[in-house]
Write a protein that binds this ligand. Sequence first.
Ligand code: S3P
Length: 186
Amino acid sequence: MNIVLTGMMGAGKSEVARLLSSKLKMNFIDMDSHIERTTKRSINEIFEKLGEAEFRRIERNLVKCLAVTDNFVISTGGGVVLNKKNIEDFRKNGRIVYLKAAPEVLYERVRNDSNRPLLKVDDPLFEMKRIYKNRKKFYEDCDVIVDTAGKSPEAVCDEIISKIESFVATSAQEAKKLRGNERLKR
Ligand code: S3P
């Protein structure tokens, strides 16, 4: 099973994913860093020189590869949820965890970071709020939600582990019940 972290820019996906992978002795991959390494371009450069559509195509191809792996904690880029197929693919062998925070909190975390091409606009806080509003429903289509505001990466990790444990236990119970129903029908 993989654990897939989603959420907006500034949600803390990379840091939490790295910590989670070491706690759970799983492999770790940060999708944006992987894309930067393989294309030998920064995310900014990809957006500027090749355009967002090309970035999404590269991102989509990487999702297809990762969806058939196992035992990975995957830190996604914030826009991965925009393509429904990405989440469908990740679901085949992954639990989807949404790291949530209010746009104001997210903005405070990334305001001094220049490697966020989507925030290179006149009013980045307004843009953050706009993106958040548009994507909320996509992020919420997940297995587990963890609110990150005011929590340390350690605390977020612990909450993810306990929520995934109960999610997996509930799914196992439901699967057992369904199998039981199946037998009764025969
Ligand atoms: C994006 C988020 C970024 C990166 C790219 C696009 C987005 O990743 O993939 O700039 O659409 O929200 P982070 O979420 O790691 O900042």
